[in-house]
Ligand binder design. Structure first.
Ligand code: PLP
Length: 396
């Protein structure tokens, strides 16, 4: 009657969603003020003014049939030109409008790209810790996800393990920096080394290995951390972007795929992207929001609130004696669980009202993710519970 894989995916919620739903039920029982929900990565900073201004102006002054009508399957030509111009101004990688495909957010950018690239027997490398949906997207595209372990000392990809995992079956590698869940920004030096390894493997295998740069957090960085633009470092790169986090528009489902002009057979891959968009029913990303983001392509997110949340949370938790990765980007703090089993640790935290996500599904057992795109006040009120949790383990 139905597809068993899809039934499984639909009936088993992600651990993040489970926690979020639990939080809502728990708030009804014990009061919202006693639940500290750090589960979701839903931005709590409003979209910048330019989004509202563009929306009002477009709706009140442009032809409604054009505003709400279909655009070209790959996105409105003017919008793609605005995105390409902005990328060129900022990074100078030579990406032209005919290499841009507008999508319904980063999830669609990734699924369309993976479907466009996958041939039978292909593998994609996921660099732990990674966004759990990657495994779902890769498998649904008909490829096999292969997890590359991280370096315990840095929580960044382990170069030796990366090289070892690169077999001739590998079609591509998903790189996500700034990273969900660790908040780490991959240093340029590491990326350059990874690209050198990829280039050597391409030569050895005689076929391209595509670097998929998933970068919805590109603009959310602190202290001037550099996020190198991967098409400038490696020719066979596809960028998967969305404005979900940078402009706080996750519910509007808007993003793009950008192919490097130096990608092997870029025109062929672009045609495959258009084909995958068609096959998956992802043609014509939301028209109104295409036009809005075209006017906001150079807008910067207001990251002051995230930064002050990061400072408060990282400072307090490390003072209490927790071990955490210092996040230079995104809005997640990755913390070492106080026992081996992060699920059991997350359950104990739950009893104190702290909703934090165990790292198993991120490919990092023994760690938990704390999403700090929440109110500063909630973080302040949650600190006694974090302190108590640590004291409970210290007393054992
Ligand atoms: N990639 C990463 C690393 C994410 O954290 C998310 C969402 O949290 C996505 C992709 C999906 O983003 P979107 O909501 O734009 O589909």
């Amino acid at each position: 009657m139905y597809n068993k894989t899809m039934h499984g995916l639909g009936s088993r919620r992600s651990v993040i969603r489970e926690l979020f739903e639990f939080g809502k039920r728990r708030a009804a029982e014990v009061g919202a003020e006693n639940v500290f929900d750090f589960s979701l990565g839903n931005p709590n900073v409003p979209a910048p003014d330019c989004v509202r201004e563009a929306a009002l102006d477009i709706i009140s002054s442009e032809d409604p049939c054009a505003v709400h009508g279909y655009t070209s399957a790959q996105g409105d030509a003017g919008v793609r030109a605005a995105v390409a111009d902005s990328l060129e101004r900022r990074f100078g990688a030579g990406i032209t409008p005919d290499l841009i495909y507008m999508t319904c957010g980063a999830a669609a950018s990734l699924t369309v790209t993976l479907n466009a690239l996958t041939e039978p027997g292909d593998e994609f490398l996921l660099l732990a810790p990674y966004f759990p949906e990657y495994a779902v997207f890769v498998s649904a595209a008909g490829a096999t996800p292969v997890v590359v372990p991280y370096d315990e000392a840095t929580m960044l990809p382990d170069l030796a393990a990366f090289e070892k995992a690169l077999s001739p079956r590998v079609k591509g590698v998903i790189v996500n920096s700034p990273n969900n869940p660790s908040g780490a920004v991959y240093p340029r030096e590491l990326l350059e080394k990874m690209c050198a390894v990829l280039r050597a493997k391409e030569k050895e295998f005689g076929h391209p290995v595509v670097l998929i740069a998933d970068e919805p957090y590109r603009e959310i960085v602190y202290g001037g951390a550099e996020v190198p633009f991967l098409p400038c470092l490696y020719d066979d790169t596809v960028v998967c972007y969305s404005w979900s986090k940078s402009l706080s528009l996750p519910g509007e489902r808007i993003g793009y795929i950008a192919l490097s002009p130096r990608l092997h057979d870029a025109a062929g891959v672009y045609a495959a992207v258009c084909g995958a968009g068609r096959a998956l029913g992802y043609v014509c990303a939301p028209s109104l929001f295409q036009k809005i983001v075209a006017r906001c392509v150079d807008a910067s997110p207001d990251i002051a609130a995230y930064e002050s949340n990061r400072d408060l949370l990282y400072g307090a938790l490390t003072d209490f004696g927790y071990t955490a990765v210092h996040p230079d980007g995104a809005f997640y703090l990755f913390v070492k669980a106080l026992e081996e089993d992060a699920n059991a640790f997350s359950d104990k935290a739950k009893e104190l009202g702290l909703l934090i996500v165990p790292g198993d599904d991120f490919g990092a057992k023994g760690w938990v993710r704390i999403s700090y795109c929440v109110s500063h006040d909630m973080i302040e009120r949650s600190l006694p519970a974090f302190k108590k949790l640590k004291a409970m383990y210290d007393a054992k």
